[in-house]
Design a protein around this ligand. Structure first.
Ligand SMILES: [Zn+2]
Length: 103
């Protein structure tokens, strides 16, 4: 039997490959809104960031989301997303802790 593959995604800020559940998805919806998608299931073009504010700040500084989402992201939207990101960060880590880990 082959070992089960864990789907990996790259953080658009620090470029590290991580398991999907370690990352927060930002999505550009078909009506061009840019949102944080904790469920990971919204349709649209997605970009992944590590679940920590430092990576969001890095993405903001380097405009990584503009490139990943192929859309200009205004500073206002980055500010809004940063607030949302910090707000969901706790929820995100709480969700992760619901799953047993071997460490
Ligand atoms: Zn990162």
């Amino acid at each position: 039997m082959k070992p089960r593959k864990i789907p990996l995604r790259k953080c658009v800020a620090c470029q590290e490959m991580k398991a999907k559940k370690e990352l927060i998805r930002v999505v550009r919806t078909p009506d061009e809104q840019i949102l944080i998608d904790l469920s990971g299931k919204k349709s649209g073009r997605g970009a992944y960031l590590c679940g920590k504010a430092s990576c969001f700040k890095l993405a903001k500084k380097s405009k990584a989301l503009d490139r990943a989402l192929k859309q200009a992201v205004s500073p206002d939207i980055y500010d809004q997303l940063e607030q949302d990101f910090i707000r969901v960060e706790d929820e995100f880590h709480a969700l992760k802790e619901l799953e047993p880990e071997d460490e």
